[in-house]
Design a protein around this ligand. Structure first.
Ligand code: 5AD
Ligand code: FES
Length: 343
């Protein structure tokens, strides 16, 4: 096992800030070994359906924030969502991730319709929701209807930093409460954060890791912040590849069983960013299943990759990339290690 004393804040901070490439490599190697304990060299596939880019929130970093009037807004119909899932199923996906902005048009009733329709057609697939903050009652209803997993990044675990990234109407406490509620209901839960957001300090990143240890999420999404020109943070520098990889590796070491995606954002800032993510301990990829016409419109940040590709192209491109690095594509549901479906 790794000989890093990660329980000590000073040591963890030192690793977050080290600029010694040899130490990075040691960290990545340790993270790879740790990943192999539970998951071998398997990489799990999730099909992502970005079904609405309407959002009532106004996060300063995000391209689909409500104040951005440059965005052409879209919503997929129930039939379009189902069609995307069918394409995904034909390509072998056993997990559908339904992601969207916080779109009030998608009332609980409408979300339920979507979940029920997918569940009816695909009794054994995993359904993952990523639609932001809702009440416990809503989360319970979605779960009853057949949703299994929920992604809700905490974005930053530090309250003062959270307030620098979001308008006053949003609160970190509420977001953290949502995460604990989701876990309590029985979802497999994904938290996560961006690396290199404006005003972020190494101490903030340390807090992110400690928060993850307290929450014990089943999944952790980590990606670099990438400026989007039409947002208040459009002029700030983005997060770096190295720091993002270090955070992926440290997360793997602290949460050995976590499912950690090599994110699209990581692939956007470096030619083999996602592959490097896998080499730093990640074990999930999320190719896009959204209809080609709307891909470019789900622009959380600039220069997003894969927006011109059909679902099938992405699926097979990703498989090739994974194999090139000695990993094994895994198209099963890929629940977290030790998960008991009936529990
Ligand atoms: N750069 C990188 N990631 C972003 N997200 C939103 N805006 C950006 C950006 N400019 C991330 C957030 C959100 C997830 C869906 O996308 O972490 O939770
Ligand atoms: Fe999408 Fe390569 S993974 S085109």
């Amino acid at each position: 096992m790794p000989d890093f004393a990660l329980n000590q804040d000073v040591e963890l901070l030192r690793l977050i800030t080290t600029d010694d490439p040899q130490e990075w490599e040691a960290l990545f190697a340790a993270a790879r070994r740790q990943r192999e304990t539970y998951y071998g060299r398997e990489v799990y596939f999730r099909g992502l359906v970005e079904f609405t880019n309407y959002c009532k929130n106004d996060c300063y970093y995000c391209g689909i924030r409500c104040s951005n009037h440059q965005v052409k807004r879209y919503r997929l119909s129930l039939e379009q969502i189902l069609q995307s899932c069918r394409v995904g199923d034909m390509l072998g996906f056993k997990t559908f991730v339904l992601q969207g902005g916080e779109d009030p048009w998608f009332t609980d009733q409408r979300v339920l319709e979507v979940v029920e329709a997918i569940r009816k057609e695909y009794p054994d697939h995993a359904i993952t929701l990523s639609i932001g903050e809702r009440s416990r009652k809503s989360y319970e209803a979605f779960f009853q209807a057949g949703a299994n997993r929920y992604l809700l990044r905490h974005e930053t675990a530090n309250d003062a930093h959270y307030r620098k990234l979001h308008p006053a109407a949003m609160s970190l406490t509420e977001r953290k409460d949502c995460l604990f509620t989701l876990k309590d209901i029985g979802y497999q839960v994904g938290a996560g954060f961006m690396v290199g957001t404006p005003f972020q300090t190494p101490e903030n990143l340390l807090e992110d890791l400690r928060f993850l240890q307290a929450l014990e999420p089943h999944m952790v999404g980590i990606g670099p912040f990438i400026p989007q020109a039409d947002t208040p943070f459009g002029g700030y520098p983005g997060g770096t590849l190295e720091l993002t990889l270090k955070m992926v590796a440290l997360t793997r070491l602290l949460l050995p069983k976590a499912l950690i995606p090599a994110t699209t954002a990581l692939g956007t800032i470096a030619p083999q960013g996602r592959e490097k993510g896998l080499m730093a301990g990640a074990n999930v990829v999320m190719p896009n299943l959204s209809p080609k016409e709307v891909r470019k419109l789900y622009a959380l940040y600039d220069n997003k990759i894969c927006t011109g590709d059909e679902a099938a192209e992405c699926r097979f491109c990703m498989e090739g990339r994974i194999r090139n690095f000695g990993f094994v594509p895994n198209m099963t549901r890929g629940d977290v290690a030790g998960w008991n479906r009936s529990a």
